[in-house]
Design a protein. Structure first.
Length: 181
């Protein structure tokens, strides 16, 4: 499998409840996105600070429209509107219109080099094993593509261009923290 390209970049960290809300919404829409870890000391934090002026998370960039902004509710509305499969109902449209009054300012996306060998992981929000993988990638400050659908009950990790397909936290941890070939 090749890395699924996606213009959606989410700058977030595991323990942040607003970040969780956005991840859950992306998952409910079955989206693939780039997750840029932003725990303390992470490179993504500095990138957000440079692009938007403050260290607040989640922060989101759409590289297709060259736009980026803060605020979990705005992110969910935007992605639903532009990438959600379901046709928004009348009430959702009204709510999106009203919430537009409080929209955060749009800025240019952070400068970000996404390495070709960026891992592709299947992780969902709910479940201890998924959370452990999310934390591991955060501890390693490793950006990764997140696939949210289409696999079984365990997290998986693939490396584009390599025949690596790891299933489960233990295998993923051993590979990412073990001796590199
Ligand atoms: N209204 C914002 C609130 C975001 C927020 O308060 N995020 C916290 C983390 S949960 C934050 O960025 N804290 C500063 C930090 O992590 O350095 C939203 O809905 O996105």
């Amino acid at each position: 499998m090749t890395a699924p390209p996606s213009p959606l970049h989410l700058y977030a960290y595991d323990a942040c409840p607003y970040c969780r809300r956005v991840r859950q919404a992306f998952e409910s829409m079955g989206l693939t996105y780039l997750s840029v870890p932003c725990a303390r000391g992470a490179k993504g934090r500095a990138a957000v600070l440079r692009a938007g002026g403050k260290a607040q998370f989640p922060f989101f960039a759409d590289t297709a429209t060259e736009t980026a902004f803060y605020e979990s509710a705005d992110i969910v509305d935007y992605v639903r509107e532009h990438y959600g499969l379901e046709e928004p109902g009348r009430w959702h449209k009204a709510a999106a219109f009203l919430s537009g009054f409080g929209r955060s300012q749009r800025v240019a996306p952070p400068e970000l080099q996404v390495p070709e060998n960026t891992p592709v992981v299947f992780i969902q929000e709910a479940g201890d094993e998924f959370r452990r993988v999310r934390r591991l990638l955060e501890d390693l400050d490793l950006m990764h593509w997140v696939r949210t659908t289409g696999e079984g009950p365990s997290p998986t990790l693939e490396l584009p261009g390599q025949t690596v397909h790891l299933v489960g936290f233990a295998a993923i941890e051993a590979h990412l923290t073990g001796p590199q070939p």
